[in-house]
Design a protein around this ligand. Structure first.
Ligand SMILES: *Cc1c(COP(=O)(O)O)cnc(C)c1O
Length: 481
């Protein structure tokens, strides 16, 4: 074939193409004609007019561009209308929506960490849907204090002299460093300069706060004398940070909090412990020995402890600062406090959560995070069995088995611990396991599960009893496509 011939063909092809595009463009309906159609007038009874107009215009514009880019070679009116409808309903549907957590990870950072119980939410609703005593003292008939509502409870359950709540633990650490150590040195072990994820890195938080990081020790070993040698007239704080999501094992040493407190006393320097997760119940009876409770840390006479509200505590997002009255008083007056304060919804959720901690047994049974972590293995077994029994009828589409497995706490809490659990392992016969997982995620009620050894794993630990029927229905729908 000659070059000339190829060139001729190309020109003819381009000419045909141009004509084709022209025809397609001229058959594009106008925005006005679409807006006048019967379907649209029906939608206008449900959706606001400006939105319908906007998405109609957008859909037509996009279609025009696709024609010009040759991405689209045919279309009809019905497909245009359904695309407009898809865009409107996807815009008008909530994006933040419930999912079924079948991962077994209790404090799942991406799925909202700790979940709140209905009766805790009752208090939130009752306080938030009307006016409240948020900053009003009924006895005096005058302005009251926002944090007074939780201080009595926090003192009782942490045994600290006083406490505050801020937006999250990151801001708790930040405001403490800012108030207690701005322009001064803070001594931290190199083994504790952690990154938690979501850009919380101890050295970065430190420099942003205006405190000067004074690293001591090595990655694997830090001794008390390392801290002592680093103390100068400019030392404002000795800081201990929970390693949270990692562990150093082998030839290691970190200084215990009581040793650090003794050193602090000797030099009259306050000691702060960023506990990260912070557990308010004694986990030892559950065979979980490694995690001292918040109360134990407070009892070690540590001056300030900070921890998250929505990790092991099982409350809403928040950061708790507990410790010595004089220091809490100082921190509470830092101008940053206003920027990181919590609103009435958070505060009421905390008040209701702390109220449960007054009776530890109640806390274990009624705070979802604790309940899921500490639930008896027979309860999980029962739940797994229920799920398994209900999907047994799908044997033409799946191989399923109930197996023993392990789940994790998550949220950087108790990282080296695996909790015995029961799972339902599903191997679809007609679709791949990854498309099964993908479909489950896109169900009307999304199911989040993990894949292991080419099977989809439903961990019964984090599936709520009331979700079982929906879960089974979603599995059924996803398999049948
Ligand atoms: C999780 C964690 C934080 C951050 O807490 P948020 O409540 O997520 O802001 C800070 N320090 C440690 C040690 C943590 O584990």
């Amino acid at each position: 074939m000659s070059i000339k011939k190829i060139f001729c063909d190309m020109v003819i092809y381009q000419a045909m193409n141009k004509k084709e595009t022209k025809i397609l463009l001229s058959s594009l309906p106008s925005v006005d004609s679409i807006l006048k159609s019967d379907e649209i007038s029906r939608w206008l009874q449900v959706y606001p007019k400006n939105l319908v107009t906007k998405f109609t215009r957008q859909t037509i514009d996009d279609l025009r561009n696709s024609i010009l880019n040759k991405d689209v070679t045919e279309f009809d009116r019905t497909s245009i209308l359904s695309e407009i409808h898809r865009r409107i309903s996807s815009f008008m549907g909530f994006s933040l929506k419930p999912v079924i957590n079948a991962t077994g990870i209790v404090i799942h950072t991406n799925l909202g960490r700790s979940i709140l119980s209905e009766d805790i939410m009752d208090h939130v609703k009752c306080v938030s849907c009307g006016y409240s005593t948020l900053e009003y003292d009924l006895a005096k008939g005058a302005r009251g204090k926002r944090y007074s509502h939780v201080q009595r409870l926090l003192r009782e359950i942490t045994s600290a002299e006083d406490a505050l709540i801020v937006n999250n633990n990151a801001s708790a650490v930040f405001v403490c460093l800012r108030e207690l150590a701005k322009g001064k040195e803070v001594i931290v072990s190199r083994g504790e300069l952690v990154e938690i994820g979501g850009s919380f890195r101890v050295p970065d938080v430190m420099s942003e706060s205006g405190a000067i990081l004074r690293e001591v020790g090595t990655t694997n070993k830090t001794h008390l004398h390392d801290y002592e040698k680093a103390i100068t007239d400019n030392t404002a704080l000795l800081l201990k940070v929970h390693q949270s999501n990692f562990r150093t094992i082998g030839f290691t040493k970190l200084v215990e909090i009581n040793e650090l407190v003794d050193l602090g006393r000797k030099y009259n320097i306050p000691v702060m412990f960023d506990l990260g997760s912070g557990c308010l119940i004694d986990l030892k009876p559950y065979g979980i020995f490694i995690e001292p409770s918040v109360q134990e840390i407070v009892r070690s006479d540590c001056d300030i402890v900070t921890f998250s509200g929505d990790k092991l505590l099982g409350g809403p997002q928040g950061g708790i600062i507990a410790g010595k009255k004089t220091l809490i008083e100082r921190i509470s007056k830092n101008p940053l406090m206003r920027a990181i304060r919590v609103d009435k919804m958070t505060l009421s959720a905390f008040e209701a959560t702390f109220m449960k901690y007054i009776d530890i047994e109640k806390a274990k049974n009624e705070i979802p995070t604790l309940k899921m972590l500490l639930q008896d293995i027979t309860v999980i077994h029962e739940r797994a069995k229920k799920i398994y029994e209900k999907i047994k009828g799908l044997y033409e589409l799946i191989d399923a088995a109930m197996l023993e497995d392990e789940s994790q706490a998550g949220g950087g809490s108790l990282p080296e611990l695996n909790f015995k659990t029961y799972v339902v392992a599903i191997k679809p016969k007609k679709i791949t396991v990854s498309s099964f997982e993908n479909r489950l995620r896109k169900c009307p009620t999304a199911v989040i599960a993990r894949i292991k050894e080419d099977k989809l794993i439903i961990d019964a630990r984090t599936v709520q009893d009331k979700e079982i029927d929906t879960l089974v229905h979603m599995i059924d729908c996803s398999l049948k496509g």
